[in-house]
Design a protein around this ligand. Structure first.
Ligand code: BGC
Length: 583
C-alpha cells in the first residue's frame, strides 16, 4: 500500500459546526468553545495553554477539509492516489465522549460521505480511530485550582486511576470510563463503516500523546498530570488496555460475521532511530534502551516478545514508576494480537552514554524545519530490521514518514528538495529492507497529503506533499491578545497572551476558507511516480505532469493565492479542479 495520511484535527476545521463537541485540542489552543458539548470554558475568551508553542494557532479552520472534502478527494483522484489514511474526530461522532449523551448523526454522515467519495474515486481508505483529539467531555480541568487526581468524581481522560496503598496511582484500565467510552465509540464506527473500510488502527502514536502530554507540547498538559515520570505511564497503560478491548471486539465481530476475515485491526506506534555513536557497549545499550522505552513501552505488551506480553524489562528495572498488568490482561493481550505492526518513523539521532547519562547528537545529518527531525534513510532501514528481529513476522505497515520545511510561497514551496531527497532515499531503503533483509513491509504512507495544523507548532512547520495556501486571517474564535493563559505548571489561569497572540499570520482565515488552494510540490511528483498514476502520466494531466516537473505550478481549488510575483488565481475551469499557472 502506497499512499498518504492526514488526521482529523489537523485538517478538518469546522471545529464548532455540524454538531461537533469540544476536544482537548480546542481547549489547549484556546479556541472559543463556549456552548459546545463537553466544553470546560464558560466564558470567552477561553484560556490558552502555556505549553502551546505557536500561541494563537488553532485547528478551528485548518484546511477546511470538512467543507472541501469533495474537492480534496477529486484532487487525490487526479494525483492517482490509491490509499488514504485519515482519522475520525471522536467529538464529531460522540460530542461529549459519553454515549449516554447521544451520538451526532451529522458527524456520522460526514464520514459516510467522505468514505463513499473515496471509494467511488478508486481510493482505499484506512481509518485511525484515535489521533489525539479526545472529547473534552471526558477530561475535567480546574482553571483556578488543580483538581485532585484519581478521583472518580471527575472526568480523568486517559489518566483514569485509583490510589494504590503505596501512594502511587493504579490505572483503572478496562474499567475506566475512558476505555469503556472508547470501546463504545470504536464499535459504533465499526458498525457504521465496517462494510466499507477494511483496515482499522485503534491509536496513532501512543507514545506521543502520552509521553509528550505532560509539558512537552501535546494536549492536555494540565495539572495534576504534569509529573512526566508518572502520568504518561498511567495514560499509556489505559491506552494499551483500551486498544486490547477494541481488538477483542473486532475479533468477536469477525466471528459473528459482522466483519470478515479480510478486515484488519492494528495500532500505529512511532520510533525514530537511535544509532549508537560508537561501538562501545554502553552506547549500544543506551540506544537499545531508548528504543525499548519508546516503541517497546507499547509494542512489547501488545505484540509480545518471545511470547511475553509485558513492559520491557529495562523499563521495569530503571523506572521509578511503572504500572503492572494482571496475569489475565497479559493472557488477553497474547490472545488478541493485532494483524499488522503500524509504524510511524521520521528521523535519526546518535546516542552516547557517559557517567549515568546519555546524550543525543546529530552530526552530519541534515535537519528539517522541526527541531527533532534529522534525515537518515539508513536509520529507517535499521529500525525496520529492529522491529522484525524484536517482534517477529508481523507485516509492517509504514503509516507515516515525512519531512518539514517552512517555505511560505507556493512557488518556492514547490522546490522542496529536502522532502524530495527524503522520500527518494527512504523509499529506496524500504525497498532494500524488503528485498535484501527480508522485512515484511507492506505499506509506505507519506505524511502528509498537504500542509496542515502541525500541533503545538501551529502552521510554522509544513509537512505536506501539497503546499497549502491557508489565506491567513483573523479568526474571531482563535485567541487574541486578551486571551488568558492557563499555566500548565501552576495549574492556574495567570496573565494574558498579549503580543504572542496578537501576531497576524497565525491562523487560516475563516472569511474565505472555501478559497484555499493546494499546490503540487516536487515531492508529490516523486510519490506519484512511485504509486504510478495512470491519469497523471497517460491521462488528461499528462502535459501538466511534465510541466510540473519543471518550474510550473499546478494548483487545486478555487480562489487566489499569493506568490512573490503577486496575487494569482487558481480557477476550476480547466481540467477538473486545477489549472496550470506559468511560473
Ligand atoms: C503525527 C502527526 C504529525 C507528524 C509530524 C506524527 O507524530 O502522527 O500527526 O503531524 O508526526 O510531527
Amino acid at each position: 500500500m502506497l499512499g498518504v495520511g492526514t488526521a482529523a484535527y489537523q485538517i478538518e476545521g469546522a471545529y464548532n459546526e455540524g454538531g461537533r463537541g469540544a476536544s482537548i485540542w480546542d481547549t489547549y489552543t484556546g479556541a472559543n468553545t463556549v456552548g459546545m458539548p463537553g466544553s470546560v470554558c464558560k466564558e470567552a475568551p477561553c484560556p490558552l495553554n502555556s505549553v502551546m508553542s505557536d500561541k494563537g494557532a488553532t485547528g478551528n479552520v485548518a484546511n477546511n477539509h470538512y467543507h472541501k472534502y469533495k474537492e480534496d478527494v477529486a484532487m487525490m483522484k487526479d494525483l492517482g492516489l490509491k490509499y488514504y489514511r485519515f482519522s475520525v474526530a471522536w467529538p464529531r461522532i460522540v460530542p461529549t465522549g459519553h454515549m449516554k449523551d447521544g451520538v451526532n448523526k451529522e458527524g456520522i454522515q460526514f464520514y459516510h460521505d467522505l468514505i463513499d467519495e473515496l471509494i467511488n474515486s478508486g481510493i482505499t481508505p484506512l481509518i485511525t480511530i484515535y489521533h489525539w483529539d479526545l472529547p473534552q467531555g471526558l477530561l475535567d480541568i480546574g482553571f483556578e485550582k488543580a483538581l485532585p487526581a484519581c478521583d472518580p468524581q471527575y472526568q480523568q481522560g486517559w489518566y483514569d486511576c485509583t490510589w494504590g496503598e503505596d501512594g502511587t496511582p493504579i490505572p483503572t484500565g478496562m474499567k475506566s470510563t475512558v476505555a469503556k467510552e472508547f470501546l463504545a465509540y470504536a464499535e459504533l464506527l465499526l458498525q457504521e463503516y465496517g462494510d466499507k473500510v477494511k483496515a482499522w488502527a485503534t491509536f496513532n502514536e501512543a507514545w506521543t500523546f502520552t509521553a509528550l502530554a505532560s509539558g512537552y507540547g501535546k494536549a492536555p498538559s494540565q495539572q495534576p498530570y504534569m509529573d512526566v515520570d508518572i502520568w504518561p505511564k498511567v495514560a499509556g497503560h489505559n491506552v494499551i488496555l483500551a486498544h486490547l478491548m477494541v481488538v477483542m471486539k473486532f475479533r468477536e465481530m469477525q466471528k459473528s460475521g459482522a466483519l470478515t476475515p479480510e478486515h484488519k485491526v492494528f495500532i500505529t506506534n512511532n520510533q525514530d532511530w537511535r544509532e549508537p555513536l560508537t561501538e562501545k557497549k554502553e552506547d549500544i545499550a543506551a540506544a537499545h534502551y531508548l528504543i525499548e522505552g519508546g516503541l517497546g513501552w507499547f509494542c512489547d505488551p501488545i505484540f509480545g516478545v518471545d511470547g511475553v506480553h509485558d513492559y520491557p524489562k529495562s523499563m521495569r528495572k530503571t523506572l521509578k514508576y511503572l504500572p503492572k498488568f494482571s496475569e489475565e490482561e497479559m493472557k488477553l493481550l497474547k490472545e488478541n494480537k493485532p494483524d499488522a505492526f503500524g509504524l510511524n518513523h521520521y528521523g535519526t539521532s546518535f546516542v552516547a552514554y557517559d557517567n549515568g547519562k546519555y546524550t543525543t547528537t546529530h552530526a552530519g545529518l541534515v535537519q528539517g524545519k522541526s527541531s527533532w527531525l534529522f534525515r537518515a534513510a539508513w536509520g529507517y532501514r535499521k529500525l525496520l530490521n529492529w522491529v522484525k528481529n524484536h517482534y517477529g513476522e508481523y507485516p509492517i505497515w509504514g503509516t507515516e514518514a515525512g519531512w518539514s520545511d517552512g517555505l511560505e510561497d507556493p512557488l518556492a514551496g514547490k522546490q522542496d528538495s529536502g522532502r524530495l531527497t527524503y522520500y527518494q532515499t527512504y523509499l529506496l531503503e524500504s525497498l532494500n529492507a524488503i528485498k535484501e533483509d527480508g522485512v515484511k513491509m507492506e505499506s509506505f504512507m507519506a505524511w502528509s497529503l498537504m500542509d496542515n495544523f502541525e500541533w503545538e507548532m501551529g502552521y510554522a512547520e509544513r509537512f505536506g506533499c501539497m503546499w497549502n495556501e491557508f489565506l491567513w486571517d483573523k479568526d474571531p474564535n482563535a485567541p487574541s491578545a486578551d486571551t488568558p493563559i492557563y499555566n500548565a505548571y501552576s495549574g492556574k489561569v495567570e496573565g494574558k497572551c498579549g503580543d504572542d497572540c496578537a501576531r497576524q499570520r497565525v491562523a487560516p482565515g475563516p472569511q474565505r476558507p472555501k478559497d484555499q488552494t493546494r499546490h503540487m510540490r516536487n515531492s508529490m511528483l516523486r510519490l506519484i511516480e512511485t504509486w504510478g498514476s495512470p491519469t497523471m502520466i497517460t491521462g488528461p494531466m499528462q502535459d501538466d505532469f511534465f510541466q510540473a516537473a519543471t518550474d510550473q505550478n499546478i494548483c487545486f481549488g478555487h480562489g487566489t493565492y499569493e506568490t512573490s510575483d503577486g496575487i494569482e488565481e487558481c480557477s476550476p475551469e480547466a481540467l477538473s479542479t486545477k489549472r496550470v499557472v506559468p511560473a
